[in-house]
Design a protein around this ligand. Structure first.
Ligand SMILES: [Zn+2]
Length: 345
């Protein structure tokens, strides 16, 4: 079992880092964005980020192999078979997963200092501009903020994210960066849809833990199923699954195409389907489906992409042949409706 206290310790480490970075930024603002001072503070933030990187590496090296081993045990147990010995493929898989995690996290963490550097450069520029137009501003010739007012507005924006006063002083991009910094969103990640999103440190660490662990469990499950000659994999079913996951719920896939009537599992069919995905894969066999009296029902269900299940009860009905599930369109509409209500609340 992965050690839960090791998970918590990492989150706590990120939480403390978040606080220290925030304090450094506030001190930069309070110094009136003095160059030497700010550069020292940015360097300090760089040191904090490097420590986060090192801690995360320790975490993945320790926890991911345990997660993988757990998945192996679960598959063997579910199949009532003895665990096959750990082999070079397992070793290789674990090392690939750990390396990929470390490289993703390293890349994300490296985005922090440049992001904060930009905020500092924006602030410096605003101060210089205010200084240059100081006389005209004082004489009311042009409208603007004095250097002192600029400094105060920047400092407040960094605390609260309120940047209205800085319009004309900072451009839109710079103001957006300042708001994100005020919210503690320092980590930039290019998402699958091509959009860059910024995350706060602690939620980011939680997301890394959750998604790398489910990826590792998925890999351990598939490798072990293959090693034990299990061909069928069933996707779990949850209430309130998101639109991305609904089409996969309750599906049974064939790993090697050895079971007629079941679709072959493609790379997109494996869990997790998105960063916070809670879906899992479980091995099954034709014999098990037969013994449950659901073999033909499952065959019909998995070959009808327009039918889905939205909860465990409905899935039980489908497996018993008493229901054909919910039309996909209807399930997605209901999801969208629920999401709208959730947002309104
Ligand atoms: Zn999911």
């Amino acid at each position: 079992m992965p050690d839960a206290s090791v998970d918590r310790a990492l989150i706590e480490f990120y939480r403390r880092a978040e606080r220290r970075i925030k304090r450094n930024l506030q001190q930069m603002a309070l110094s009136g964005w003095r160059t030497a001072y700010c550069e020292a503070r940015l360097q300090e933030i760089g040191t904090i980020i490097a420590a986060l990187d090192a801690k995360t590496r320790l975490w993945s090296t320790k926890q991911l192999p345990l997660e993988y081993k757990d998945a192996r045990k679960n598959v063997a147990y579910a199949m009532g078979k003895a665990l096959v010995p750990f082999n070079p493929i397992d070793e290789g898989m674990i090392s690939v997963l750990v390396t990929a995690t470390n490289s993703d996290v390293g890349m994300a963490l490296r985005s922090v200092v440049p992001q904060l550097e930009r905020v500092y450069i924006d602030a410096r520029q605003a101060m210089i501009t205010a200084e240059q137009v100081k006389d005209q501003v004082a004489r009311g010739i042009i409208e603007g903020l004095t250097p002192r007012q600029t400094s105060r507005a920047l400092e407040r924006a960094l605390r609260t994210g309120a940047t209205r006063q800085l319009s004309g002083v900072l451009d839109l991009d710079a103001r957006a960066r300042l708001v994100e910094t005020a919210q503690g969103r320092y980590i930039s990640i290019m998402c699958k849809d091509g959009v860059t999103r910024r995350y706060q440190l602690r939620p980011y660490a939680e997301m890394v833990q959750k998604s790398t662990r489910s990826m590792t469990a998925a890999e351990g499950t598939l490798q072990t199923a293959t090693a034990l000659d299990v061909d069928l994999i069933r996707i779990s079913v949850h209430v309130g699954a998101c639109p991305m996951c609904i089409p996969y719920q309750g599906m049974v896939y064939s790993l090697m195409g050895e079971t007629p009537g079941f679709p072959i599992m493609g790379p997109d069919d494996r869990t997790p389907y998105h960063p916070w995905c809670g879906h899992s894969m479980n091995p099954v066999t034709v014999e098990m489906l037969e013994a449950n009296g659901e073999l033909e029902e499952m065959r019909a269900f998995v070959n009808d992409p327009q039918r889905v299940v939205t909860n465990g009860l409905e899935y039980a009905e489908v497996r018993a042949g008493r229901s054909e599930g919910t039309p996909l369109e209807e399930a997605l509409d209901a999801q969208a409706e629920a999401e709208k209500l959730r947002r309104a609340a």
